[in-house]
Design a protein around this ligand. Structure first.
Ligand code: ADP
Ligand SMILES: Cc1ncc(COP(=O)(O)OP(=O)(O)O)c(N)n1
Length: 269
């Protein structure tokens, strides 16, 4: 069996098991990466929505970072739901302190059920303080609109939004196309070296897409932890999603969960 490198998820929990840190841990385990975690907040959540949120205090966030960093060789980290400006700042402080080799920022703002997972001040702080620390940022289309401060109607708008998001300090940008309506789902990648391209896959007609964004960002973390460069890791993560989205688990009454473990049959790492 291959070695399990260590990844880190800095995010919120989902009691429903499909999104947030739970999706991250399931993804990393499937992709043979050992998942460590810093819990920023807890959500009472299921496939139908978010019922309650409680954040973790800053001292406890610092303590979790210190515990993980003292004992593990974290190869890559991702951020997920951070809830508000104070929690974004707590995460920024710790990322600046511990310098993990690769940081993926999933700028989670609104869950598919409509609940806000980052308030307005939090969005502003993420733009000014967290994006400059991001090796990769992975907004969905509504998040890209908010980060870039412009509406997106077509592919040219996506290109321009990515350029603006890169100017905020994120080295590489992946704008996810799941919220579009075309028959093809297109994720746009703009890399630090100036290259850009689209990654396309057939749109699966399903509402079982809870946690797709978390799954993509934690798959990038996993592949980077295994030694791939960012371009390879982003491609592999996209292919992982395209493989598992057509075969979700028939659970819950709303936006149902993915079957993260499906990939194990491929055993490609
Ligand atoms: N219905 C779908 N069919 C195929 N791929 C999808 C579908 N929905 C999302 N994806 C893929 O899942 C990933 C996450 O995208 P998206 O759903 O936009 O993110 P988020 O969960 O953050 O809103 C992307 O790689 C996207 O291409
Ligand atoms: C605790 C928590 N974190 C993140 C999300 C959003 O996850 P995402 O992958 O964007 O999936 P959807 O919520 O859009 O299905 C969440 N819901 N909860």
């Amino acid at each position: 069996m291959s070695q399990y490198p260590t990844g880190l998820t800095i995010a919120g929990t989902d009691s429903g098991g499909g999104a947030g840190m739970m999706a991250d841990i399931k993804t990393m385990q499937t992709l043979k990466t050992f998942a460590t975690s810093v819990i920023v907040g807890l959500t009472a959540q299921n496939t139908e929505g978010v019922q309650r949120i409680e954040t973790v205090d800053a001292a406890m966030i610092d303590a979790q970072f210190a515990s993980v960093a003292a004992d593990f060789d974290v190869r890559a980290a991702k951020t997920g739901a951070l809830f508000d400006a104070d929690h974004v700042q707590a995460v920024v402080r710790n990322l600046a302190r511990f310098h993990f080799p690769v940081v993926v920022v999933d700028p989670v703002m609104v869950a598919k059920g409509g609940s806000h997972l980052l308030d307005e001040a939090g969005i502003a702080t993420l733009k000014t303080d967290l994006l400059p620390l991001a090796d990769v940022v992975t907004p969905n289309l509504p998040e890209a609109e908010l980060l870039a401060g412009r509406t997106i109607h077509n592919r040219v708008d996506v290109l321009n939004a990515a350029k603006q998001i890169q100017q905020l300090g994120a080295a590489n940008v992946v704008i996810k196309g799941g919220h579009g309506t075309d028959a093809v789902v297109a994720d746009y990648v703009k890399l630090a070296d100036g290259t850009d391209y689209w990654m396309e896959s057939p749109r699966v007609n399903t509402n079982r897409t809870h946690g797709t964004g978390d799954t993509l960002s934690s798959a990038i973390v996993s592949y980077v932890a295994h030694g791939m460069n960012l371009k390879q890791a982003i491609r592999q993560a996209h292919d992982y999603l395209a493989t598992i989205i057509p075969h979700p688990l028939p659970l819950g009454h709303g936006h149902g969960p993915l079957n993260h473990g499906l990939w194990e049959e491929h055993d490609e790492i």
